[in-house]
Design a protein around this ligand. Structure first.
Ligand code: ATP
Length: 445
């Protein structure tokens, strides 16, 4: 069995990754600091290290350098945020086996492990699962809650209608409404369901490396390209590629994407060979892409290619009848993730859920429940473990319920925030986008 040391100070992230790896039959140990990692490395032998770059007592690079002196054959994989790519490149130069950017998907993790242990590959050590074709990934192991509200019924109808086709789908909706989950449901209801589903957050990729992330590169094609890398298109071949926040792609990246979609071929950077790809594209955005087209920020030809069919995911306030179904589902998920056994919610807690506006939609709801489950010592979640803005939701709703008051409140919040709209939106507990809409609606400059 392959043993992995996970050096990561983010507790919930490391627990999630540990669970995933254990489910795939790896032996995993966690160290939350460099010091703890060295203690473990002295006591035991590992086949592989996954380390974060930023750790409480130093940089993952220090761990890398030291290990390269003491055990140069031990593969080390750096886990980075996209913003840390330069450090990741430095890590590769120092001898890291590879790096993966957070948030990463499960296939990516399995692939990187597969490559790292390839040298000593034999039937006994490589778990079966990583030799198989990657199966579709699932966001945090999400099941699809269908909901009972009219808005959910319409959403589900659209998903079922478009899924079996090969049409490109543009999924729109506010942040946290479940656009990625909808994309995944389209994939799972399509004939590609046993092929990969690859999700890419375009908002998190710096434009300089986007082409390499999408199409891959060959070793030596640019500084830092120390290994061949296959991109997301190749990874999604045969399956579905989901591009989240597609409106954030630079103009140059839009052209590259359009070309790949038109020709159904890609060319990794530095390579002369074109590779045929067969992918179904699903994209998502929480901005109005048509407006971006009108402003000249988004190519019209690409917009039409992405938008062969569009699906709007309702905000949570438009599907309040589904609230309890989601509450139960998130409770179950939190219990599982945190190894807890909370049975349900108190009546007061449910009332607070129903009164609150949920500007962050299902993501906020899920996070609130996870935190509440962690803090709950009893069988039922009491209102005291909810964030104050939610336990006070009843009052807030009354404050915000009349139009006359709304205008005054917005002006007051803007004054308080010295006209900083992000701050003002926070004070009002609405999204920045909603604030902009309301400024327009009430003609506030
Ligand atoms: N139908 C659903 N069934 C179960 N869970 C869901 C459903 N829809 C959304 N969720 C959960 O809600 C959270 C947010 O979903 P998701 O990440 O898909 O939102 P999003 O709209 O893509 O967010 P963003 O705009 O920030 O990219 C996740 O935890 C997801 O698992």
């Amino acid at each position: 069995m392959i043993s992995i040391l996970l050096v990561e100070d983010d507790i919930s992230f490391s627990v999630m990754l540990e669970r995933f790896l254990k489910r795939k039959d790896f032996q995993v140990e966690i160290a939350h600091s460099i010091e703890k990692a060295f203690t473990k490395l002295k006591a035991e032998k590992y086949d592989l290290i996954f380390t974060d770059l930023r750790l409480p007592d130093g940089s993952g690079l220090e761990l890398l350098e030291k290990m390269k002196e003491t055990d140069p054959s031990l593969p080390i994989i750096m886990m980075t945020g996209y913003a840390e790519v330069p450090s990741a490149v430095q890590a590769m130069k120092l001898g890291a086996f590879d790096y993966i950017s957070k948030p990463f998907n499960q296939d990516e993790v399995l692939n990187v492990i597969k490559n790292a242990v390839k040298g000593e590959e034999n039937e006994a050590v490589v778990p079966k699962v990583i030799k198989e074709k990657p199966v579709s990934k699932n966001t945090e192991g999400t099941s699809f809650v269908e909901g009972i509200s009219a808005a959910s019924k319409k959403l589900n109808e659209f998903i079922k209608l478009v899924a079996p086709t090969n049409m490109s789908v543009l999924v729109t909706g506010e942040s946290g409404t479940g656009k990625e989950v909808v994309a995944k449901a389209i994939h799972m209801n399509s004939h590609r369901s046993d092929q990969p589903f690859i999700a890419v957050d375009c908002g998190a990729i710096p434009k300089e490396i986007a082409a390499s992330e999408f199409f891959g590169h060959v070793k030596g094609s640019f500084t830092g390209a120390v290994n061949d890398k296959s991109g997301h298109f190749a990874a999604a071949n045969g399956g579905t590629l989901f591009l989240d926040e597609v409106g954030n792609l630079s103009y140059e990246n839009q052209i590259q994407l359009l070309r790949a979609l038109q020709e159904r071929k890609i060319k990794p950077i530095g390579s002369n060979i074109e590779i045929d790809v067969d992918i179904r594209l699903v994209t998502a955005t929480n901005e109005d892409l048509q407006k971006a087209v009108n402003r000249g920020d988004f190519r019209e030809d690409l917009y039409h290619r992405l938008n062969e069919f569009s699906i709007g995911v309702p905000s949570l306030s438009d599907r309040k009848e589904d609230l309890l179904l989601f509450a139960d589902y998130f409770l179950e998920r939190a219990n599982e993730q945190l190894n807890k056994n909370v049975i349900g919610f108190s009546d007061e807690t449910i009332t607070c859920f129903q009164k609150y506006r949920w500007p962050g939609n299902l993501r906020e709801f899920s996070n609130v429940i996870k935190r509440a489950v962690l803090l709950t010592q009893a069988e039922f979640v009491p209102p005291e473990v909810l964030p104050v803005e939610i336990s006070n939701a009843e009052k807030k709703v009354i404050e915000f319920s009349t139009k006359e008051h709304e205008r005054d409140l917005i002006i007051r919040a803007l004054k308080e925030a010295s006209n900083n709209k992000t701050q003002a939106a926070k004070l009002l507990r609405i999204t920045r986008k909603t604030l902009y809409n309301k400024l327009k609606e009430y003609d506030i400059n």
